[in-house]
Design a protein around this ligand. Structure first.
Ligand code: ATP
Ligand code: MG
Length: 778
């Protein structure tokens, strides 16, 4: 037996060496599904399957790269020939070769989300529609969902129900917008992300000989994370696998978290009906996590009604219990995360990269970032604005896109007057109208300004001609120069560098640095491509990578940082320690996803995914109030915490200390201005099971005077607040985090306003509000 196969358990070995026929591996998190796919590819090659005949589809490009590296360790250079990547990247490559059947140039541009939304924005404007009703983001997501369900414009216009639904949503012009958008993309020689799948489907359906060719090529197909494929992806896989039926998919129904983007969990549930004689394999042993984490995750997912029965167990250590932490504000939560990471690093010699902080929405990263920065803990945020979507980077790549594909409307509109060349918006609008009426690209119009009827004065026409000459000169250079030299030349001669230089602000400097970083990236890329591609191709390939890059991909893995990302992005990954933050009702589960049982169950699966990313330790945190949309709102702990079997949980704040205690909760408000803090009693008492407060702690009523208990009693001329259990008395010697040691001279005020006058050894006498002062009685 091949040596590497001994690194699999028996259950994993079976699907790995099942060479032919359709098969599905359904198994819980961390049970080795991805490992099976990886080793199976190596095994197939050892059995004489040509590496050129294997197609593996992964969820991220990063996953594909890692898989390829692992396979290369086993089989060597042959691994380079494997077709591996995300659906989008693999089929973008195929469309480069075959897109001409559908009328696309081989140098078609890929419009990213930003390009698509900008184009939709202009269409909505041109059509003079109300942009508050026709919101570009919503329109974009509608169109995306049509495309992923293979509803073309024609199909849409034949579907009264869909049209009716859009009309009901006050968007009767949806069909027209859709048609115009598709038309404009096509004329611009551009495909958006969804086109990469839709057009592939179109290609494989309309051109049987093309289909036959790729069926013959991809004799063995493997798909990871099959539970999150959408209808369009499903059809592509089915078409390609139809001839040889050597299709192996792995997935976990409990980790299906993309229904909101059209993923269809039925693809996994119906797999056995789609192919003949499907072999079904199950893996049950989890290798990733401790017993406590596996137990906690199992107990949560039990609450879902729609699920396949599955067993997940582990032989790993019991480990620490899942730790639950309650804080008052999001700022406080951030500080807890940062201080815990800091302590764990000190005590257990861990690296920053042993930690991940996962959240439901991107906006939550801010308070975590602030706290990490204060402690000088390096971190990287994944999934925000990717490097390639930054303005200055898009400005440079727009020039490069235009060189390759002058029909690219979004690229042209971006740079025709940037840097400023005196070409105004009215001129651009007229050009767009002319392009539409002549059925030509804007660039074609620009080249023929003399021969067409257009209301643009001669001075402006000259400026436009200069622009055309500039782009054409780059096109000439592109025939001989490599992508790096070209890009560097473009940044200098287009005036971009001058423009960024002019702006002497720190942001301007960052922009310049980013452009430099882009050039470095192109250089790296060109050097990597030297052997296989000529200069012209390298630019096209680079731009394709750029368009499809997620910033998970830009992580070179060479720096040690804490990872911050949404749970959606964390799928398939693993970390020693995982913080799941913001576990509050309305945030997680999200208020937007609680209307139906199926939405709630998807949220629960999301929580399951989050929890099962942890190898050694999971922390669940929630805050009792949080800034959302600029307002401080009260929140209750998430029901998901409550759903975990209590034997796997440890509450970090012991019950009796959970009452208002100025000693323990001194720093509670952090950077929140005290006068803005208004706590009120949470709607329902929660968390009765696991030692969390049965009743919301009384401190949340302190800002409402009428809720106060009698607060003061007099003793020997001093006042202390019984709300604080008389912990602090005159004469006490206390320690303050900043001022050091001091003696309490006086206590005054009531409720939330209790103040102590303290004479410090250094710094003299100070009056401190006990809510904030970090005091320790010594
Ligand atoms: P997910 O559902 O989260 O995608 P998965 O089922 O794909 O998880 P893998 O990522 O393949 O699981 O494996 C989880 C971890 O367990 C990895 O670190 C992997 O290397 C390790 N692992 C899997 N199988 C074995 C094994 N037989 N022996 C040792 N380690 C293993
Ligand atoms: Mg996996």
């Amino acid at each position: 037996m091949e040596k590497y196969l001994s690194q699999l358990n028996e259950a994993q070995l079976a699907p790995t060496i099942q060479k032919d026929g359709p098969m599905i591996v359904i198994a819980g998190a961390g049970s080795g599904k991805t490992r099976v796919l990886t080793y199976r590819i190596a095994y197939l090659m050892s059995q004489g399957v040509d590496s050129f005949n294997i197609l593996a589809l992964t969820f991220t490009n990063k996953a594909a790269r890692e898989m390829k590296e692992r396979i290369a360790q086993i089989v060597g250079n042959e691994a380079k020939n494997l077709w591996m990547g995300t659906f989008h990247s693999v089929f973008a490559k195929i469309l480069r070769f075959e897109g001409h059947h559908l009328g696309y140039p081989s140098n078609f541009t890929i419009y990213d989300t930003q390009d698509s939304q900008r184009l939709l924005g202009s269409i909505i404007k041109e059509m003079k529609l109300d942009k508050d009703v026709y919101k570009t983001k919503q329109i974009h997501s509608r169109i995306s969902s049509y495309k992923n369900n293979l509803i073309t414009v024609k199909a849409y216009l034949k579907n009264p129900e869909l049209m009716e639904a859009d009309a009901m949503a006050r968007r009767p012009k949806m069909g027209e917008i859709y048609a115009e958008y598709v038309d404009r993309c096509f004329k611009a020689g551009a495909m958006d992300f969804d086109d990469l799948l839709l057009r592939t489907n179109e290609l494989l359906t309309r051109f049987p000989n093309v289909l036959a060719q790729y069926q013959d090529k991809f004799r063995y197909i493997l798909v990871d994370e099959y539970q999150d494929t959408n209808h369009s992806q499903y059809l592509i896989v089915r078409a390609l696998a139809d001839r040889f039926q050597n299709i192996c998919v792995v997935g976990d129904d409990a980790q299906s978290i993309y229904a909101f983007r059209g993923a269809n969990i039925n693809n996994i549930l119906n797999f056995q009906k789609d192919y003949h004689d499907v072999k079904l394999f199950r893996l049950e042993q989890n290798y990733r996590s401790t017993k406590n984490i596996v137990g906690a995750a199992n107990s949560v997912i039990e609450h879902n009604k729609t699920k396949l029965d599955k067993v997940v167990w582990t032989a790993n250590d019991e480990g620490e219990k899942v730790k639950v932490h309650r804080s008052l504000t999001d700022g406080d939560e951030g500080r807890f995360v940062a201080s815990t990471i800091w302590e764990e690093k000190m005590n257990k010699q861990q690296l920053n990269s042993d930690f991940a902080v996962l959240y439901r929405t991107n906006a939550q990263s801010r308070s975590i970032e602030d706290a990490l920065r204060k402690r000088d803990i390096p971190y990287q945020i994944y999934g925000g604005l990717s490097f390639y979507q930054r303005k200055e980077i898009k400005d440079v790549t727009a020039y490069l896109r235009l060189i390759l594909n002058p029909a690219d409307e979004e690229a042209l509109k971006r740079v025709i007057n940037y840097p400023a060349r005196g070409i105004g918006q009215t001129t651009i609008d007229r050009l767009v109208v002319a392009a539409n009426s002549y059925g030509k690209s804007i660039f074609e119009i620009l080249k023929n300004l003399n021969n067409i009827d257009i209301n643009i004065n001669n001075g402006t026409k000259n400026k436009l001609r200069d622009f055309v000459t500039l782009i054409e000169s780059y096109q000439v250079m592109n025939k001989t120069a490599n992508a790096f030299d070209l890009a560097e030349h473009v940044t200098k001669t287009s005036g971009l560098i001058r423009e960024f230089n002019k702006d002497g602000t720190p942001e301007g400097i960052t922009r310049l640095e980013n452009v430099q970083e882009l050039l470095n990236g192109i250089k790296d890329f060109v050097e990597g491509q030297m052997e296989i591609a000529d200069a012209g191709d390298s630019l096209a390939e680079f731009l394709e990578d750029v368009a499809l890059a997620t910033d998970l991909d830009s992580d070179k893995g060479d720096s040690d940082h804490v990872a911050l990302m949404t749970i959606h992005l964390a799928k398939g990954l693993e970390f020693n320690n995982v913080f799941i933050v913001g576990l509050e009702e309305d945030l997680f589960p999200s208020a937007m996803s609680m209307n139906t049982r199926s939405e709630l169950e998807e949220e629960r699966r999301l929580f399951y995914v989050a929890l099962t990313r942890a190898e050694k330790q999971a922390y669940l945190t929630y805050a009792l109030s949080r800034y959302r949309w600029g307002k401080l709102v009260d929140s209750e702990p998430s029901r998901f915490i409550d759903e975990i079997d209590e034997q796997f949980i440890e509450n970090l704040t012991p019950k009796e200390e959970r009452r208002f205690n100025p000693m323990l909760d001194a720093d509670i408000f952090g950077d929140v201005e005290p006068s803005k803090v208004r706590f009120k009693k949470p709607k329902q008492p929660t968390l009765t099971k696991k030692g969390a407060p049965k009743k919301p702690a009384e401190k949340f009523q302190v800002s409402t005077p009428k809720n106060l208990k009698p607060v003061s009693k007099t003793s020997g001329g001093t006042t202390s607040a019984n709300l604080f259990d008389d912990k602090l008395a005159v004469g006490n010697i206390v320690k303050h985090i900043r001022f050091g040691k001091g003696e309490v001279l006086k206590i005054e005020g009531a409720g939330a306003d209790v103040k102590a006058e303290i004479k410090f050894e250094v710094g003299g006498t100070k009056k401190l509000l006990l809510r904030f002062a970090k005091l320790e009685v010594i």
